[in-house]
Design a protein around this ligand. Structure first.
Ligand SMILES: *Cc1c(COP(=O)(O)O)cnc(C)c1O
Length: 403
């Protein structure tokens, strides 16, 4: 769909054509030194991405999924522990929990921000768990597992409401790992601290993905963990590299989860453009908001809370009959997507957890109505006008038919 649509959901070709000579220079440098794994290009990217996120450390790894998994392991999430997250996310969030040996607990999302609802987190922690004074740990009453971590997902480029989540985590001794895989550069205003904070700098650690379609994308697979905790960063460097503290001295079993040098070099080139790209996404998003303002609420646009500056990884609207809208747009050569059509708790992969329809009603309702419209920094206003008018044509015709 991305390749055939006249106005694609996402255009990955144009930015690579624009940066071609700089990107080729990176590849040549890698060939000249044959330093393909680790080395100065990785160090440079880690330094620059940490600075971009306002964190002390960045540890490059080979995907966002590994970033999450390694963050859980380095944070001390133990086998059998419970990690709390939302069902409205990409499955990597929960795969990483399971693959770290932990168990998943879901709490529902907020209907306006599509991110973790702090009051639902509170409800789970206070009404489904007991605090074990002696161990200083929260215990899930049903499974008897220790609740050790919470993963807010900054979905679509908007941060979760972190102040109340961090307060609850502190109160109940939970580690917070941000899933910032869709939120490179997003900001959150912390009322508690009176400052704007970058996604990836608020929890104990955060996971980023540089999958090609993300706001900062590699030319292949890549990811990173950011943290302000030096001991955590050190552990992450060991975990990503077969548990080695130095070559062939293995302190533990680790993983092959390093960041390729050439990907790091490409990411460094692209990172210089990320600020401008994010600004372009923000102004396109505001333009979409305006274009849909006259649709009388039949197109529900993303709501940017006053405490967030989103980076619009995706521009997701809600409409009735979204499959028909998708066909209407596809016929006009306009690409769309659904992120995501089936909530994680209803995926076949999690049948064994015995969740049922209605367990997370907000997620389930949202999942039926969402559709992602074309959004990328190079999208032209004239193309946006066309997308908006086709969407409005669809909802207008539906309104007439209903009368
Ligand atoms: C992309 C993504 C991931 C996984 O990243 P990969 O680099 O593809 O492993 C995890 N969580 C969310 C929310 C994502 O969007």
């Amino acid at each position: 769909m991305t390749h055939t649509a006249r106005i694609p959901l996402l255009d990955l070709v144009t930015p690579h054509q624009e940066l071609e000579s700089e990107l080729l220079a990176v590849a040549k440098k890698a060939f000249a030194t044959a330093g393909f794994i680790g080395g100065p290009m990785v160090d440079e990217f880690e330094r620059e991405f940490a600075a971009f996120c306002n964190t002390k450390y960045c540890v490059g790894v080979n995907s966002g999924t590994d970033a999450l998994r390694f963050a859980f392991l380095a944070a001390g999430v133990a086998p059998g522990d419970i990690v709390v997250t939302v069902p409205h996310t990409f499955i990597a969030t929960t795969e990483a929990i399971s693959q770290a040996g932990a168990r998943i607990a879901f709490v529902d999302i907020d209907e306006e921000t599509y991110t973790m609802a702090p009051e639902k987190l509170r409800d789970y922690l206070e009404n489904a768990c007991d605090f074990d004074q002696w161990r200083g740990k929260l215990i899930d009453r049903a499974s008897r597992g220790v609740v050790s971590a919470v993963v807010p997902v900054h979905l679509y480029g908007q941060t979760a409401d972190m102040d109340p989540i961090l307060e609850l985590a502190k109160k109940y001794n939970l580690v917070v790992i941000e899933d910032a895989c869709q939120a490179h550069g997003a900001e959150y205003f912390s009322k508690n601290d009176g400052v704007w904070k970058k996604a990836g700098s608020m929890g104990h650690a955060a996971a980023f993905s540089f999958y090609p379609g993300k706001n900062l994308g590699a030319c292949g697979e890549a990811g990173a963990v950011t943290t302000n905790d030096g001991a955590m960063a050190k552990k992450l460097r060991i975990i990503r590299d077969h548990g080695q503290s130095k070559k062939y001295y293995h302190d533990m079993e680790g993983y092959n989860g390093r960041l390729d040098a050439v990907q790091a070099g490409w990411l460094t080139v692209k990172l210089r453009h990320l600020g401008a790209w994010n600004e372009a996404r923000r102004s396109l998003a505001h333009r979409y908001h305006q274009l849909f303002a006259e649709a009388n609420g039949s197109v529900v646009t993303p709501r940017e809370a006053t405490w967030t500056r989103g980076v619009y990884h995706l521009y997701v609207v809600r409409v009735q009959d979204r499959e028909a809208l998708q066909s209407h747009l596809a016929a006009a050569g306009i690409g769309t997507g659904i992120h995501y059509p089936i909530p994680v708790h209803q995926q076949k992969a999690y049948q064994h957890l015995w969740y049922k329809a209605g367990d997370f009603p907000v997620t389930e309702r949202v999942a039926r109505e969402i559709v992602s419209l074309p959004m990328y920094p190079q999208l032209l206003p004239s193309q946006q006008d066309e997308v908006a008018s086709k969407v409005k044509e669809f909802v207008g015709a539906k309104a007439v038919a209903a009368r």
